[in-house]
Every structure is written in C-alpha cells, then in structure tokens.
Design a protein around this ligand. Structure first.
Ligand SMILES: [Zn+2]
Length: 284
C-alpha cells in the first residue's frame, strides 16, 4: 500500500492494521485455530454484546443460553456449510474486508427463516419454563442477529429462501468505524452484565474477565488475522463457538444475579440446591 497516494481512510486503516497485526499475530501461535479465526460473520462480538446485555433485561436465563440465542444463526451456519446446504467462498476481492464471500445462506440468514428460528428458540424455552418474558427476550436475541448483520454485511443478506434481493448497509466498507462500533456495543453489553451479576467466587471473576478478553482477541483476529485456508476450515472453526456458549454457562454458574432470589436463580448450583430443598420440604 502506497501511503502517499492512499486516501485518508485507507491510510488510517493500513496504519491501524499493521499495529494490531504486530500484537495479534504472535498471539496466534498460542491459539490452535489462530489461522482460521471465527470468520463466520462480519459481525462477531456485537452479537455477544446482545447476549451480555440481555441478562440485565431478564435475569433468569443463563449467559450461555443468551449467547446461544444471540449467536444462534452463526452457530447453525457452520453445520449447514459442512452439510453442503449453504455455501461460502474464499474471496480475493480487495474490496471485501474479510476474505470470505457469503454466497448462499438462506436457511441460517434469510429474514424469513430468522423469524422462524426466533419463534422456535423462544417457544422451546417457554415450553420448558413457562416464562413468557424470558422466552420473548431470548427470541428477540435471535432476531437481533439479523439486524446487526444488516449493519455490516456486504450485499448478501436475503429476505427469504429463494429471494434474489439481498440487503445490507455495508458498514464493513468502513472497517475502522465498524470495529469501533462493535467494540462500543461489546463494552456496553459487558458492563451491563457485570453490573447485573456478582461473582460468587474467584472463578466467577476470572472466568468472566477471561471471556471478555478472549472475545475481544477473536474480534481482532477476525479483522486482521491471515485469511482462512479453506471454507471447510472456516466451518470447523465456526463450530468452536459452541465452546464460547459453554464458557457462558460456566461463567454464569459462578456468578449470582443481583436482585434475583436464590430460589429463582436456577443458573447457579446454590439456586438449584435451594429449589430442591424447598421442593423436598413442600413434599413433607
Ligand atoms: Zn451472522
């Protein structure tokens, strides 16, 4: 890149990219999937921000359940890719901010299907808990994914399976701005989560802090890491996101939710014990 002739935005981007690469690339040596990163979507931590923030809105579902809902489409996508139902391609287009084109993903990312996924996730939760508010919040988390993707994707988001028109606002063309917006969203979400919960023990503190740092690290790897080897590698790396969901459950089990009676706090080991004791007493 010629710094003298590059437009201001590109020059700034190059400068920023080189600094982040210098920090991030050595770290990739310690991550088994460093050269794959989680390029399952243009937006990444913005979705986890929604999962974090939702805990402030409805306290009972675990952070893991919220992660599952907010990132549901991108959790589905790698499996559909491996099954050949959806398609992506490695892109050499310089205008494409990540070296991946989302060529065909009507099941995981068309608006019509996303509405159905939102209803399904909310409904399943409601069937198990009979809690309308929490089910509604979880369904909204699933739906939020499409609208956040809409902000950043290059023209590739369909309205329904089979529809040729694709929608996007394409913030990714202004990569630095998109990165900052996502970091801002993530910070707000994480602060809300830390405000809504309290560590029960040291694990509750360290696991939560490590999770936020890890997600930020992946955010930068996605943006500035080397291109993926193949679409298959992307799909397998995408499956690693299930570990982040599990991490969310682990964090939540070690944090108490403020303002929630221990009997209601079913996400914690203590809560489940309390409920069991109360239940036994009732029987007697
Ligand atoms: Zn997505």
């Amino acid at each position: 890149m010629n710094y003298q002739t590059a437009p201001d935005e590109k020059r700034l981007h190059c400068f920023f990219k080189n600094i982040v690469r210098a920090i991030v690339c050595p770290l990739q040596l310690f991550l088994p999937f460093g050269n794959l990163s989680l390029k399952s979507s243009h937006m990444f931590i913005g979705h986890f921000a929604v999962g974090f923030a939702a805990k402030k809105v409805a306290a009972k579902p675990s952070l893991g359940t919220y992660f599952l809902a907010a990132q549901f489409l991108d959790l589905l996508w790698p499996s559909l890719l491996l099954l050949g139902v959806e398609k992506a391609a490695i892109s050499n287009d310089a205008a494409n901010p990540i070296p991946l084109s989302f060529t065909h993903y009507p099941v995981s990312h068309s608006l019509l299907m996303v509405l159905l996924w939102s209803i399904l996730v909310g409904l399943i939760y409601w069937l198990f808990t009979k809690n309308k508010k929490d089910a509604l919040v979880l369904g909204t988390c699933v739906l939020s994914h499409w609208f956040l993707d809409l902000l950043v994707h290059i023209p590739d988001l369909p309205l329904s399976p089979g529809a040729s028109s694709v929608y996007r606002l394409g913030l990714w063309k202004m990569k630095a701005i998109e990165l900052l917006i996502e970091i801002f969203l993530f910070t707000v979400g994480a602060v809300l989560y830390f405000y809504a919960t309290k560590a029960r023990n040291k694990t509750g503190t360290y696991a939560a802090v490590a999770l936020t740092v890890f997600l930020l690290l992946i955010h930068f790897l996605n943006a500035f890491g080397p291109p993926p080897d193949s679409v298959k590698a992307v799909a397998w790396a995408g499956q690693l996101q299930w570990l982040i969901v599990a991490w969310g459950y682990w964090v939540d089990r070690n944090r108490a939710t403020k303002g929630l009676h221990p009997q209601e706090d079913t996400t914690t080991p203590t809560g489940s014990v309390t409920i069991r004791v109360a239940h036994d007493k009732q029987k007697k």
